[in-house]
Design a protein around this ligand. Sequence first.
Ligand code: ATP
Ligand code: MG
Length: 771
Amino acid sequence: MQEYLSQLNEAQLAPTIQKDGAMIVIAGAGSGKTRVLTYRIAFLMSKGVDPFNILALTFTNKAAREMKKRISEIVGSSEAKNLWMGTFHSIFAKILRFEADKLGYPSNFTIYDTQDSQSVIRAVIKEMNLDKDVYKYKQVYSRISSYKNSLVTVKAYFSNPELMEADAMAKMPRLGEIYKSYCDKCFKAGAMDFDDLLLKTNELLTRFPEVLAKYQNRFRYILVDEYQDTNHSQYLIVRALSDKFQNICVVGDDAQSIYAFRGANINNILNFQKDYDDVKMFRLEQNYRSTKNIVNAANSIIEKNKTRLDKVVWTANDEGNKIKINRTMTDGDEGRFVASNIFETKMNEQLDNGDFAILYRTNAQSRAMEDALRKRDIPYRIYGGLSFYQRKEIKDVISYLRLILNPKDEEALKRVINYPARGIGQTTIERLTVAANHYDKSMFEVMQHIEKIGLNINKGTQQKLQDFVVMIQSFQVLNKSQDAFMMAEHVTKKTGLFTELKKDGTPEGIARIENIEELLNGMRDFVEEQKEIADSTGSLNEFLEDVALATDLDNDNGDDDRVALMTVHLAKGLEFPYVYIVGMEEELFPSGMSMNTRAELEEERRLFYVALTRAEKQAYLTYTQSRYRWGKLIDAEPSRFIDEIEDSYKEYLTPITQHRFKPLLDADIFGEVDHSKLRLKKPTAGKPPTGPTEEQLRKLRKIRPVASATEKNFSAADANLHVGTMVEHQRFGKGRITKIEGIGADTKAEIDFDNGGLKKLLLRFAKLSVI
Ligand code: ATP
Ligand code: MG
């Protein structure tokens, strides 16, 4: 047996080495589903399956990259690069580019992001003179999105009276018209939105049997991770592609199905056995990720759901600590609790920032966490906020780049036609739009032929429009011979973007320039990486494809060590030693908008199950007594999910915010002032000390639950420890103190351990013994 297969238990081995046929692995969190998928691919390759014939669909592109890396390590070659692996969206965007002409799209079609799509919808609502308070663009967008994901095309919509009636009932009788106009505009702009990437793939595979046959033959082995969260459109694609060879392996956990609100259909997992001829079903039961306490607590939660498949999850891992539950007065206090807890655990256990994650139900909760972490100087990273590529200055550059590839891209054009300002006013743009609609041409085409068309635009402005066209065309010529990085560098200079930003000397302006530089650096790396892949040149085309589908999880190169902040939804599939689930309050988690029906509440409970099972060593649940929501301070109640955890797996910490501290001391405890500056100064003659006394600090720290147990230890150790003292640490062994810094409970020692190298430890936690 190959060596890597010994890294699997028996239950995992079975689906890994069953080469052919349809199979489903249903198993709880942390039981190695993703590992099975990864090893299975390595196994297939070792049996001579060409990586070009393997398609693996993952939840994020980052997951795909990591899997590829692991597979390369296992098979010991770069062959894994040839695997078709990524999210549904990225894989099928690639295929759609090859086949675009069949659907009437240019192969360099633009992918509109949510911002672009919503901007088009806003324009349509305005054009149709509809009341924007009734037709809220975000709501319209999400309705259209759900139609697309259920494969309801415009045509299908208008032949379905029920749908039309439902929209009329929702006071949006003209939704269908908006839908149509939106699709027309996208098509004319040579653009697909995210949902189109699936919808058009389905269209392609149904309308063109020869195309279907081609990809069926190519993807002889198909694997899908997180199958429980596939929507109908994705389901149909997988089914069509795997229909011929039926070599399909899907893995998932019904208890982690958390995207029903976006059309994920749990029946896909439940009905899998009916969809293929001879389905083998595998179950995994041993969790390798988490402590016994975490696994058992999670089990005790999910048991409360009625709709679920019966599953066993157990672990041979340590008992670990109980789930710790903490209450605070406000969300500010909650942030401070989490930040100081991270700070101390990190010191105590010598951990990296990346070992910690803070998970929340809604993005808005990140602010309090960010504030507290910043004040503690703890580096963090927020995932799922505005992605880097959606920042204004970045999107401006990207819009120029998009225009080079697809000058019909109207959203890009509108963004940069007069930025930096070149004297093309709003009236001109409106006239161009009208003309474009009238002649059924793109705005860019109208601009190209502006003289012939004879619009009511003065000569001077006409010249400016022509200059713009000529500039873009000159970029297009250059793009034939240059890579993405060189193009971007050229564009930022030639368009005057850089000069424009440099004029603005404000800190924001400077930050924008830095961001653009960051973009250019990123592009340079991208080009270099791409060039390593045999048939890639690092072209603008490739770069934009990557960007359009990048989530900021994908941009995470793992280089910098930061605490991760994200919503529970985003955390799916990930794992962290320490996890803080914050805002554990009724109406927040479970969300007030999702507790009207049992089905909704059960989805919230699954979401909580996902959150809890991300933790390897320790999970904290925090909640506050009052919280600002919708502009009001409301009394919050602890989440029912806290109650639902069986008592033996949880413990309540002293609710520290019951003690209201004096401002300065409060500030110290929770890090409102820069911690490093808060050192005791020697009293200067005649003046009182500026900081709190050591005694005051000590007293306060005593009531912090995490500190109290070790307080005595610190005091005892203090007097005997000097530079040069030989000490022994429980985990790191013997070493010599090379430096002592800080004072009081903050005293740290730098110790050169014989086996562990140089480490800095907070003395009150380090439990050092002098040897
Ligand atoms: P989730 O449901 O959260 O997606 P999963 O079922 O995909 O979880 P994995 O992420 O594959 O689980 O595995 C969880 C952790 O356990 C990973 O760190 C993985 O490397 C480890 N692991 C899985 N199987 C084994 C094994 N046989 N031996 C040692 N470690 C394992
Ligand atoms: Mg997984």
